[in-house]
Each structure stands twice: as C-alpha cells, then as structure tokens.
Design a protein around this ligand. Structure first.
Ligand SMILES: [Cu+2]
Length: 130
C-alpha cells in the first residue's frame, strides 16, 4: 500500500479516536448533569421492603426530579395528588419523573403495576415542604 494512503488513514483514525473520546466525555457529563439533582428511589415489592427511601422530601415550587429503578420486578409509580404516572420501571433501568410540586403537604406515591401478591401495599410518601 502507498505510504501516503497509510499515513492518511492513520491520521483519520487518530483524529476519530481523539474526537470520540472528547465527545464521549461531554455526553457523559451531560447525562450526569441532568441527573445531579434527582432523588433516587429503589422500587421493591412489599415483600422485599417497599420503595427505598420510603419518604422523599421536596420543596414547594422547586422543580423536582425523582429517579426510579427497580431492585426486583417491573413497577410503575403513580402520584395521585399530582396526577402523575411514570413509565414502567424495569430492574436495572432508570425512569425519571420531573414535576414541580405547587402545594405543600404529605402525599402518597403508589405502584400501579401488579408486582407481587402484596402489590396494593407498595407505596411511599412525598413530603413537600414550604
Ligand atoms: Cu406493584
């Protein structure tokens, strides 16, 4: 193969690997930034201990992010007082809910996907403070 072609291919590969590394860092930082202020909740069946933490504290009027994953089976979160339904929450995956609580008080969140025989007891609290 011609030496100039080999040099050209090498230069392109070096450029792509540097560009790919830099782009990857920016994308990773962007994902981290978008989840920095999220409250993480691990969904669990009632038999396995219920959502953990079981109480989430938010500030009235401030945008909130709840970041859910499941430690066992598929769940779904409904916050009836705010008329919010998450997407399905699968084991090992992340599902975020973004909302701004405009009311202070204590509210329930419940599971809306039948996850175990005690599914109807899968619940937690959201305390919205002034
Ligand atoms: Cu459930």
């Amino acid at each position: 193969m011609n030496k100039k072609i080999v040099e050209g291919i090498s230069a392109v590969l070096v450029f792509l690997s540097i560009f790919g590394t830099v782009a990857g860092i920016f994308i990773y930082e962007g994902v981290l930034e978008s989840q920095r202020d999220c409250v993480t909740v691990h969904m669990r069946t009632y038999e396995r201990g219920n959502p953990t933490p079981n109480t989430v504290y938010l500030k009235k009027g401030e945008p909130a992010c709840l970041r859910f994953t499941s430690d066992d089976t598929t769940h779904g979160v409904n916050i009836p007082d705010f008329n919010i339904y998450s997407d399905a929450i699968h084991p090992g995956k992340w599902t975020n809910i973004h909302f701004t609580p405009e009311e202070s008080g204590t509210f329930s969140f419940v599971c809306y996907i039948v996850c175990s025989p005690m599914h109807s007891r899968v619940r937690g609290k959201i305390v919205v403070q002034e």
